[in-house]
Design a protein around this ligand. Sequence first.
Ligand SMILES: NC(=O)c1ccc[n+]([C@@H]2O[C@H](COP(=O)([O-])OP(=O)(O)OC[C@H]3O[C@@H](n4cnc5c(N)ncnc54)[C@H](O)[C@@H]3O)[C@@H](O)[C@H]2O)c1
Length: 365
Amino acid sequence: MKKVRIGVVGLGKIGAEHVQTIKKIKNIRLTAVCDQQKKLADKISDENNLTAFYSTNDLMNSAEVDAVIIATPHYLHTPLAIDALNAGLHVLCEKPVAVHKADAEIMIAAHKKHPKLKFAAMLQLRTSGYWGKIKEIIDSGELGKIYRVNWIVTYWFRTQKYFDDSPWRATWKGEGGGVLLNQAPHQLDLFQWYFGMPVKVRAYCSLGKYHNIEVEDEVTAYCEFKEGFSGVFITSTGEFPGSDRLEIMADRGRLVCENGKIIFDRAESSVNEFSRTTNVAFSVPEIKTIEIKFNEKKGVHQNIFENFADSILNGTELIATGEDGMNSVELANTFLYSSLKNVTVKLPLDSSEYAKLLLNKIRRT
Ligand SMILES: NC(=O)c1ccc[n+]([C@@H]2O[C@H](COP(=O)([O-])OP(=O)(O)OC[C@H]3O[C@@H](n4cnc5c(N)ncnc54)[C@H](O)[C@@H]3O)[C@@H](O)[C@H]2O)c1
């Protein structure tokens, strides 16, 4: 079987996990690892009988890899992805694909110059049976017209020690944001995958409300979509116990996705039509409660790696492209922009305006 030769760039928490995941994959061969921390690169290369690199330039020009997975701190995603594409390598980039939209735009422009190369994003929740089933239900139209969406994603509790242990985290300069850039990008991706991009946003972000950090650790965002429905997205790293509850109110009832269960309170007919046509003042539509079943599929990171390699070898469509990855970045940036400027934002976000705002935050801290 033909295999894609891959190098892992950045061997921290997730990079080290990717090394183990890739070893299980049939259509990929891990050939090299790279980290600027020599000891770490040597340790992982020795344990796995791989070539170690301490500089990304050396790895990218080594002819030992066809592709890289970029698993470094966020700001490096942009320059490293561009370097890799220019070196003729396929790129799988960790989330968030970039810290801000302008950076994502230059990555996409670099990819356009190399259309034969694959540029994918590690947005692995798209491959989960649970989240995939929800997408299927929404796309099938069986919910009818959507009226309102609420997503509370507050299970991202983090301690002060977590932030203190990695100096790049939770700073404007090192990470470019907080919960929106680090923990919630996966749900922001699903939010836009399910419902599209909003046309208008008003958000409130609390900076360092629960932790001694510069950036946001609690967010409430109100979004309006072109179809006329509204969405509220709430996230936090300060609360415990947290929730992960997605509620979709629609004309054919309510879908509640929580605790790994998908519950559909299905109205037997259109709720709106019932309301308009019934001649009984205090009546309600008939509802049937159904638990919707789904199958889980392997590990979610593994699914993305396999799809990336399959796309390189056989032209299979990517589950999440680098271009798709820009949407969750734009949502995160828009929420922060709206809150920091105290304004309602019409999308698309002006990427250079946001880049200026972020630069000012970095300069002031
Ligand atoms: N998809 C997921 O499930 C998932 C999970 C965790 C983290 N992530 C993302 O992965 C990225 C890394 O996160 P982490 O928690 O592993 O961070 P980390 O700090 O644990 O690891 C980052 C590693 O990158 C290395 N590095 C930094 N600069 C480098 C350079 N110029 N060249 C080579 N190596 C360099 C560091 O030495 C470190 O070992 C982040 O963008 C994060 O958002 C994704």
